[in-house]
Write a protein of this length. Structure first.
Length: 269
């Protein structure tokens, strides 16, 4: 964790210096790129106000010099910041513009990422058909481009949308495929998320043995990689399955462990 924090700090220092140098030398392209990266790093650190400010400035710089790819990247990152701030109208506008511009210039990855974020915005508002269309299009674009990680992320998103619509068969298929891809490329976070989703699908279908296995594997992965919130969620899923099986002592143990994790990380439920 400390190594990751040090790397983050070094990256921040690097891009802040780049912005300063580019401003003094009037190198607009360098400045816009550095601001884009800086805004993304601020977002990852939950410094949303600073992220928004950096990305708006990046968008302005790229617009001034006519760099459409830079504009699209800034809009996509800005849309994700707005989504995290629950500014859904601003997020939808930024992400739609990012998608249209990226698609027009042939930047398939950025276009698909914008569509996936749009899908999440639509899902928040229970616009499930719009969300499904956005995520399906993203999946088709990314799988066609041979982007395994992006394809698996889109499948995870589709699995959530299908589950919200009680399309359990389609959800199971999407999440199983997502889990297979994430496991093959070594993306443990994605694999665990897919397993958690599968656990909920199996629970809805009263497939308790399969649900217990999926939640148990998710908990093992998330504990190993230090995803405390994910581990707690998997334990809650396990607790629900144990209750349905009348395994009351196991259920109590799982719920207690989940509660302890939430308390430790400051997530009061």
């Amino acid at each position: 964790m400390y190594q990751a924090q040090a790397s983050f700090s070094e990256a921040m220092d690097c891009y802040e210096s780049a912005v300063d140098v580019a401003t003094r030398t009037r190198h607009e392209a360098m400045k816009g790129h550095a601001l884009n990266r800086l805004g993304h790093l601020y977002h990852l650190q939950d410094r949303r106000g600073e992220a928004e400010q950096a990305l708006i400035e990046a968008h302005d710089v790229h617009s001034r010099i006519g760099n459409n790819q830079g504009i699209a990247h800034a809009l996509k990152n800005l849309g994700e910041v707005y989504r995290a701030q629950s500014k859904d109208r601003e997020a939808e506008k930024a992400l739609m513009e990012a998608y249209e511009m990226s698609y027009h210039i042939g930047d398939i990855t950025t276009a698909a990422q914008a569509l996936m974020s749009l899908g999440h915005v639509y899902q928040i508002h229970s616009m499930n058909q719009e969300a499904e269309r956005a995520l399906m299009k993203a999946y088709e674009m990314l799988s066609g481009a041979g982007d395994d990680l992006g394809t698996a992320d889109a499948l995870n998103g589709l699995g959530r949308i299908y589950r919200a619509q009680s399309k359990n068969g389609e959800a199971e298929k999407a999440l199983m495929e997502a889990h297979e891809i994430h496991t093959r490329i070594g993306n443990h976070v994605g694999a665990a998320n897919a397993l958690n989703g599968l656990g909920h699908i199996y629970r809805a279908q009263s497939k308790r043995g399969e649900a217990e296995k999926a939640f148990g594997e998710a908990h093992e992965i998330q504990t190993r990689i230090g995803d405390h919130m994910g581990a707690a969620n998997a334990l809650n899923g396990l607790g629900q399955i144990y209750l349905a099986q009348s395994k009351h002592s196991e259920a109590e143990k799982a719920f207690m462990e989940a509660h302890e994790i939430h308390t430790r990380i400051g997530n009061h439920m």
